[in-house]
Design a protein around this ligand. Structure first.
Ligand SMILES: *[C@@H]1O[C@H](CO)[C@@H](O)[C@H](O)[C@H]1NC(C)=O
Ligand SMILES: *[C@@H]1O[C@H](CO)[C@@H](O)[C@H](O)[C@H]1NC(C)=O
Ligand SMILES: *[C@@H]1O[C@H](CO)[C@@H](O)[C@H](O)[C@H]1NC(C)=O
Length: 144
């Protein structure tokens, strides 16, 4: 992931190089995660997407306000597309990785998350029914 850039919610271009050495979860929704994982080096990157039933129709300002009210434990990025021709290059790449393909390739619904190890590789893709944020007690051990 370190080769990719993305625009954060404030409009600044961010190199994902800044996450080198961290375990990262990249998600297209706002996810609640237990703070103890942040202390252990977990970073959550949230990319709002409006490709699923118009769930995040707001602009960046509105999304940011919403996230603040959510006790956000993650880094917010600008709205992107996750499927199709105009999908963000990071998301296109993650979906092509051996551990990132999922069942059908495309992002199925709002709960898709990619788990990135400390070397920047996709190690697991969580589907809509397999969500780490709603199973905090059984969240798997962080990869090395
Ligand atoms: C990311 O941004 C840097 C600095 O602007 C640029 O040199 C690099 O080519 C960009 N990488 C990609 C994959 O676009
Ligand atoms: C976002 O939308 C709100 C409400 O329509 C508006 O007040 C605000 O200026 C917009 N912000 C941006 C950055 O477009
Ligand atoms: C995800 O989609 C489900 C089914 O439509 C919906 O009930 C839920 O509120 C959505 N969650 C988020 C965070 O948008």
């Amino acid at each position: 992931i370190y080769e990719f850039n993305a625009t954060n919610i404030d409009g600044d271009l961010v190199s994902l190089e800044k996450y080198r050495g961290n375990v990262v979860i990249i998600t297209n929704v706002l996810a609640k995660m237990h703070a103890k994982y942040a202390e252990r080096g977990l970073r959550i990157l949230a990319f709002p997407s409006n490709q699923f039933g118009n769930q995040e129709p707001g602009n960046e300002t509105q999304i940011k306000q919403f996230a603040q009210g959510y006790d956000a434990q993650f880094d917010m990025f600008s709205k992107i597309e996750v499927n199709g021709e105009n999908a963000h290059p990071l998301w296109k790449w993650m979906k092509e990785q051996p551990n990132g393909k999922g069942t059908f390739g495309n992002i199925k619904w709002n709960f898709t998350k990619f788990l990135i190890n400390r070397e920047g590789q996709v190690v697991k893709r969580y589907g809509p029914l397999d969500d780490p944020s709603v199973r905090t007690k059984s969240f798997p051990p962080l990869p090395n």
